[in-house]
Design a protein around this ligand. Structure first.
Ligand code: OGA
Ligand code: NI
Length: 373
């Protein structure tokens, strides 16, 4: 187990982390027990800074939404242009007419909520810190509990979609297979559009690069109401270890992404990714930024803790389970474009990501080649 960060000095952080972990009841367990303050292991100075910020506007000066909402029923050429523009700039967009029926969205959120709201005894058998492939279904509070500087006000149920359905916890068993089948189909559509946006044939990312084999990982997050939301984060800032992430969020809000300001000074601001009824949020992940050689942006995002709630979200991460597959930047050799990253595999990248945890630093930078020729 990695050493506990120095930020913890002044109290026995490791003992408190272990005591919390041993409950196997997560943050939900603390809230059920009636905590009225945020325990020290969850306290994060970034939360105070976020709380001090005026509520972020979702609109730029021209009044258009920062996070584009793309109607997948639009014509092909138009769609490719919209997806390209979003992927190259904000890295986030929302989609409507995405082919996942709205009752399935509602049921998926409800099933994750029911899992987390079961009695602690029902959830405890799923509680584990083992990683896949040893453990394809696991319930945890904070995958990086022992490595991150501050724990998050969040519990999660992780599922890798290669397991037999009887391994899926009962509350999710009925809806998960159908939901993920639909999201896979949506993923194929999106990867087709992104391939074309890169000037490649539509099947490139799905078939040639293998961004969409059986590698769909699902995280069902539960953010309990927080008594002191200015002291802790729902999810620390990070970018995703995926090609693409499709996120379903409920109507509570709190998701924010980092946007570069247009003041030419290189500063950036946090902007809300607002709940849009019936829509799914799509963001570019680290692998796609690597493969596209920085053309597409894997943008940092975070979730604020909130007194409202619980908040529920379901993140579907697209990444291959084929550990031998090597990924490297696709470069235009005619233009003498140089690769900006070294090649890597999914297990290498995800292993590094898990080991480091959400420490506020980009994991992609570790794979970046220096600028020197
Ligand atoms: C994630 C994530 C956001 C949310 O799981 O990587 O960013 O709204 N989730 O839960
Ligand atoms: Ni994320």
């Amino acid at each position: 187990m990695a050493s506990v960060p120095a930020a913890s000095s002044g109290y026995d952080r490791l003992s408190e982390l272990k005591a919390f972990d041993a409950t196997k009841a997560g943050v939900k367990g603390l809230v059920d027990a009636g905590v009225t303050t945020v325990p020290r292991i969850f306290q994060d100075p970034a939360a105070a800074a976020a709380a001090a910020q005026p509520s972020s506007n979702h609109h730029d000066v021209a009044g258009s939404c920062r996070v584009p909402v793309i109607d997948l029923a639009a014509g092909r050429a138009d769609l490719v242009a919209q997806v390209k523009s979003a992927a190259e700039t904000v890295g986030f967009f929302q989609v409507i007419n995405h082919g996942v029926p709205s009752n399935l969205l509602t049921e998926m959120l409800a099933s994750v909520k029911s899992f987390h709201e079961q009695p602690a005894e029902a959830k405890a058998p799923y509680y584990s810190r083992d990683r896949e492939p040893a453990r394809r279904v696991r319930y945890q509070s904070n995958f990086d509990l022992y490595t991150s500087p501050a724990a998050n006000w969040r519990d999660s149920l992780f599922m890798v979609m290669t397991q037999p359905v009887n391994e899926v916890p009962p509350p999710c068993r009925a809806v998960l297979p159908e939901y993920t089948a639909r999201v896979r189909r949506l993923g194929a559509t999106l990867l087709g559009l992104l391939s074309e946006a890169m000037g490649l044939h539509p099947g490139f990312l799905e078939h040639d690069a293998g961004c969409l084999d059986d590698g769909l990982s699902v995280a069902g997050h539960y953010y309990p109401p927080c008594p002191e939301p200015h002291l802790t984060m729902g999810t620390t800032r990070h970018s995703d270890p995926s090609f693409l992430t499709v996120l379903l969020q409920d109507d509570i809000g709190g998701l924010q992404m980092l946007v570069n300001d247009e003041d030419g000074r290189g500063s950036s601001s946090w902007v809300d990714v607002p709940p849009v009824p019936g829509a799914l949020v799509v963001n570019i992940g680290d692998f796609l930024q690597l493969v596209s050689n920085d053309r597409f942006k894997s943008v940092e995002h975070r979730v604020l803790a909130t007194a409202a709630g619980p908040r529920v979200s379901v993140a579907c991460f697209f990444r291959t389970t084929d550990g031998s597959k090597v990924y490297r930047p696709i470069v235009n050799s005619l233009e003498d474009e140089r690769p900006r990253y070294r090649s890597t595999t999914v297990p290498e990248f995800v292993g590094y990501y898990m080991d480091k945890g959400l420490d506020g630093r980009s994991k992609l930078e570790h794979f970046r080649l220096s600028d020197d020729p």
